[in-house]
Design a protein around this ligand. Structure first.
Ligand code: PEP
Ligand code: CO
Length: 449
């Protein structure tokens, strides 16, 4: 259990909270928070504990974490097809990785609550007009109008409801037969099927179907939950602390506090100050926590934060998600790995190869290059192997849809094609085909044969 010395779910209020929206009407905001705190939790403590146990396994190399989804979910895209496509691509990637790595893949979506975004500046200039920055659909609207950019606390309630609707469908898809391994062929998206990646996936799916058929032929039942259901967890950046506090509940089973807005929460690279409100809040909840670590980190500070968040050194509690950028991993990762190893902390190491590889294309779009993403990942794996530590997971921004946001990949998407279906309101995502290709590339790295 976490160290709850002097901690309450509101003790973070005594600390500086960066990246919070400037809610214009405090009374309205308080009323919303009050209402949220009476609404049912979105996830249950028992599920959170299950995930933590699986992440503990991943930290020892006995499982592998696959975390991914939109940079920023949008209320207007909270639809059944979008949720289904996101789930499908993650299930496909998980199958590819499970088959290659011979170990369970822990599936965690950036979904059902990823509505709050940190920004580098409070305001932005659009067409010469200075507007409050877009901070995610749970704060304000992307529309470039002053009125729409003023944070509105009713959006927190809407975010809660959208998260509940998303989770409800995810639970139906994962428990109700859709995610059964018997349907492994059906997860392939129409637009991917004819591509080289789609065909590689079809071949793998056929091998799995044959294995299932073989089991049935010799009389082993394949009618079991391990094959017919998927375990799928949710995560988002724990950014707006009032919202997170309102969904934090005491568990009647173990008496601990759990942030029931998602199974796993992560702390962004911009809000992980040792004496900041985010660390204060998260140290007291029992969820598994991710923390992004970018190139500007200080090793001693990271160690102190890990001490504070996980004083009992519980395995599965902390996932450090490194995001250094292609060409920078060699500079930062070995020192960090050695220091953490020396400290004796149990850490699950994951790589986010997206956030430090963003650049502006000539077309003006914010993009990422498939090759650079892959190259950061390769470096991550190689350095872990040479340091004798475990590369236990990956973290992507991706979508199941046919978008054109990241350049490269098997179709060699170019700068001038980005405008065709550039739909993200925040960072560029891998499309379904690029995501499968990435999974096959990782599979080649982790293949145990
Ligand atoms: C993110 O994951 O969307 C994000 C903002 O990441 P980071 O904190 O690593 O910049
Ligand atoms: Co992002």
């Amino acid at each position: 259990m976490t160290d709850q010395k002097n901690w309450t779910k509101s003790s973070w209020n005594q600390y500086t909270a960066l990246q919070q929206p400037n809610w214009p009407d405090q009374e309205k905001y308080n009323a919303v928070i009050e209402e949220l705190s009476t609404l049912p939790p979105l996830v249950f403590a028992g599920e959170i504990r299950d995930l933590k146990a699986m992440l503990a396994k991943a930290s020892k190399g006995e499982a592998f974490l696959l975390q991914g989804g939109d940079c920023s979910e949008e209320f207007s895209r909270c639809t059944a097809p979008n949720i289904r496509e996101s789930l499908k691509v993650l299930l496909q990637m998980a199958v590819i990785l499970t088959y290659a790595g011979n170990k369970p893949v822990v599936k965690v979506g950036r979904i059902a609550g990823q509505y709050a975004k940190p920004r580098s500046s409070d305001t932005e200039i659009i067409d010469g007009v200075e507007l409050p920055s877009y901070r995610g659909d749970m704060a304000n609207s992307i529309e470039p109008e002053l009125e729409s950019r003023i944070p509105d606390p009713r959006r927190l309630l809407k975010g809660y409801n959208m998260s509940a609707a998303t989770l409800n469908l995810l639970r139906a898809f994962t428990r109700g037969g859709f995610s059964s391994l018997h349907r492994v062929h059906a997860w392939n998206q129409e637009f991917v099927k004819q591509s080289p990646m789609g065909r590689s996936y079809e071949r793998l799916a056929t091998q799995i179907s044959h294995a299932l058929k073989f089991m049935e032929t010799i009389g082993i039942s394949t009618d079991m939950p391990q094959l017919k259901q998927a375990q799928f967890f949710t995560s988002h950046e724990a950014l707006f602390l009032g919202y997170e506090e309102a969904l934090t509940r005491e568990d009647s089973v173990d008496g601990g506090w759990y942030d029931c807005s998602a199974h796993m929460l992560w702390i962004g690279d911009r809000t992980r100050q040792l004496d900041g409100a985010h660390i204060e809040f998260l140290r007291g909840v029992n969820n598994p926590l991710g923390m992004k670590v970018g190139p500007k980190h200080n090793i001693d500070e990271i160690l102190s934060i890990v001490d504070r968040l996980n004083p009992d050194n519980e395995p599965g509690r902390i996932t450090l998600i490194t995001r250094f950028g292609d060409g920078e991993v060699e500079k930062h990762l070995p020192g960090l790995l050695r220091a953490v190893k020396k400290s004796g902390h149990h850490i699950l190491w994951s790589c986010d190869p997206m956030h430090a590889n963003t650049f502006k294309a000539d077309s003006g779009h914010k993009t990422r290059d498939f090759e650079k993403i892959l190259s950061e990942l390769r470096c991550f794996f190689e350095i872990h192997w040479s340091e004798g530590t475990i590369p236990g997971g990956v973290h992507f921004e991706l979508t199941g849809n046919d978008v054109t946001e990241c350049i490269g990949g098997a179709r060699h998407l170019t700068d001038d094609q980005l405008g065709q279906r550039y739909l993200t309101t925040c960072d560029p995502r891998l499309n379904a085909e690029q995501s499968l290709e990435m999974a096959f590339q990782i599979a080649d790295m982790i293949r145990t044969s």
